[in-house]
Design a protein around this ligand. Structure first.
Ligand SMILES: O=C(O)CCC(=O)C(=O)O
Ligand SMILES: [Fe+2]
Length: 301
């Protein structure tokens, strides 16, 4: 069932009918989603490029309890900040990437300016506890410091939802281009599977499929736009999911209200990042690995 839907949405010829994709900006999605209220008097201010949480619009997919979507809670400058971090800063050692051994990661962003092929070669990097794609087992030996800005932003979001003890300990940054897909999988390598998973979309849009705990369950398809944050919690934490298609964005929230974008954000060569973003989507996928009482994997619980 899951695979059939993946193939359907991936297909170029014939192109899929997108009418049953849940689009939070379209009237008619009310039956598929319910609004999640946040505390009215939120003590959470505007930081990390996010608007104050009182301005966030939060939805839960009715058929997939625990699948929460925050509709772009970022300011325009906030989106730009995280794009720059993902392209220029996190793409440096000691972070690991799919281009290790092929291209010097430290020089990737500079090289990417002159060569589109080099730009498109970077598909993922890992931060903190490095995800091992072969064994799917995290290790204390394969761990680097988690960037404190990303930790700050994600833990801020987690607190708004009452996950006061959530610790951002591992992240995968996925770099997609217009023909990229991510096939169906579950994320189950973490010791702590009660902690939710936070997933930030930037740049071009995507169809996100979320099924159930087996591949036999019918998935829902949701349109994710730049800035949207998906939280996979509760029943949805261990559900199959995939990205069968990248779609051209119908708006560029990283460019709205740019007159208010002051230096130093103006000083960085934003046009280079903007060029990359025209045909790319970036996804920041953040997890807690350890149980609250653990300080490393070898701590017995
Ligand atoms: O790109 C996405 O929205 C999802 C990425 C994902 O599922 C993963 O990195 O495990
Ligand atoms: Fe995933």
């Amino acid at each position: 069932m899951f695979k059939q839907y993946f193939k359907y949405y991936k297909s170029r010829n014939p192109a899929p009918d997108l009418r049953s994709v849940i689009d939070l900006e379209k009237a008619g999605c009310e039956k598929s989603v319910r609004k999640v209220p946040l505390p009215a008097e939120s003590p959470f201010p505007s930081i990390w490029g996010l608007k104050p949480s009182t301005d966030w619009q939060v939805w839960e997919i009715v058929d997939k309890p625990g699948l929460i979507i925050i509709r772009n809670p970022f300011t325009s400058i906030g989106q730009r900040f995280w794009v720059v971090q993902c392209l220029r800063d996190y793409s440096k050692k000691p972070n690991k990437s799919n281009i290790d051994g092929l291209i010097d990661l430290d020089g990737w962003w500079e090289k990417a300016q002159c060569n589109k092929e080099t730009a498109e070669k970077l598909r993922w990097i890992t931060l903190g506890f490095h995800h091992n794609w072969d064994t799917k087992i995290y290790s204390d030996m394969e761990k680097d410091e988690f960037p404190c800005d990303l930790k700050g932003m994600i833990e801020h979001v987690s607190k708004v939802f009452g996950y006061d003890t959530f610790q951002a300990e591992a992240a995968i940054i996925n770099y997609y281009h217009m023909n990229s897909t991510l096939s169906g999988h579950t994320d189950h390598s973490e010791i702590n599977l009660e902690a939710p998973l936070f997933s930030v979309s930037l740049g071009q849009s995507a169809i996100f499929l979320l099924g159930g705990h087996t591949i036999d369950e019918k998935p829902v398809a949701v349109l994710l736009r730049s800035g949207d944050i998906v939280i996979m919690s509760k029943e949805s934490r261990l559900s199959y999911h995939a990205v069968p298609r990248i779609l051209k964005a119908d708006s560029e929230p990283w460019n709205s209200n740019t007159e208010t974008i002051a230096s130093p954000a103006r000083d960085i060569q934003w046009d280079l990042f903007e060029e990359y973003l025209k045909s790319s989507r970036i996804n920041i996928n953040v997890r807690q690995v350890l149980q609250p009482q653990q300080s490393c994997l070898s701590d017995v619980i």
